[in-house]
Design a protein around this ligand. Structure first.
Ligand SMILES: C[S@@+](CC[C@H](N)C(=O)[O-])C[C@H]1O[C@@H](n2cnc3c(N)ncnc32)[C@H](O)[C@@H]1O
Length: 233
């Protein structure tokens, strides 16, 4: 189970290079994955979106660009410091706040959508994280989770494992100067449940109409679920 103090200090250390590393290590496709999350949310203009574990704000920004009113929440101030400058005049609906995904600073049923990208894997209590996302979303609203996964096709999976466990930690160490952070990434991704199991976890917290879509050969998986009417917050 991830230790929140260690997680926060790791993200604080790599915050300065986080965006650059995302772009280089994913060969630039990470932003496409985030745009897919926004597409899956449907029409978001004027809608309220809470982006948990927002980090440097890229998913929050992608929602704001489509006209949503977004609150990004993260518990690492150094990551939020990189998110702040992404707010621009005319993008008034984008705010960032320091807070814990396990106790979001948002009242019950306040949001239309609650998203998390590459964040829930780092949260100490995943079930509580999902319950909290559900709590802040009104009935009929959506919970969206983007997370790394493992490719389905065996040859691609073998290549991916090689890249992820051997090459990526070296590249990560080179660019960020932090070897530990880029060993933590493959370790937690390989321990992450398969999409069907994670969908079961979403259903267990009471989300309905759950489904998922594998992106880029299954490197990443986008999960969704809806909050049912009459659901206790
Ligand atoms: C891999 S980054 C993802 C950032 C961003 N969502 C993205 O798409 O790039 C994970 C983020 O989760 C944050 N985080 C981890 N556990 C958290 C928690 N319990 N509450 C709030 N933020 C948390 C970390 O501070 C970090 O910024």
């Amino acid at each position: 189970m991830p230790d929140p103090t260690a997680v926060r200090s790791m993200f604080a250390r790599i915050s300065g290079r986080y965006d650059l590393l995302n772009r280089t290590l994913s060969l630039g496709i990470d932003q496409r994955w985030r745009r897919r999350v926004v597409e899956r949310a449907g029409a978001v203009r004027g809608r309220i979106v809470v982006d948990a574990c927002c980090g440097t704000g890229d998913l929050a920004l992608a929602f704001a660009r489509k006209g949503a009113k977004v609150l990004g929440v993260d518990f690492t101030p150094e990551m939020l410091r990189r998110a702040g400058p992404k707010r621009r005049p005319g993008r008034g609906g984008l705010l960032f706040a320091q807070g814990d995904a396990l106790r979001l600073p948002v009242s019950d049923d306040a949001a239309d959508v609650c998203s998390v990208a590459f964040g829930i894997r780092n949260v100490a209590d995943r079930r509580q994280g999902l319950l909290e996302m559900k709590r802040v979303v009104r009935a009929g609203g959506s919970v969206l989770v983007l997370e790394f996964s493992e490719p389905v096709s065996p040859p691609f999976r073998a290549m991916y494992r090689l890249y992820f466990t051997k090459l990526l930690p070296r590249l990560g160490r080179l660019v960020s100067g932090d070897g530990e952070a880029y060993e933590y990434l493959p370790r937690t991704v390989l321990a992450w449940p398969d999409p069907d199991t994670f969908q079961g976890e979403m259903e267990d917290v009471g989300l309905v109409s759950c489904g998922y879509e594998r992106l880029t050969q299954g490197i990443v998986c986008l999960h969704w679920g809806s909050v049912p009417a009459g659901s206790p917050s």
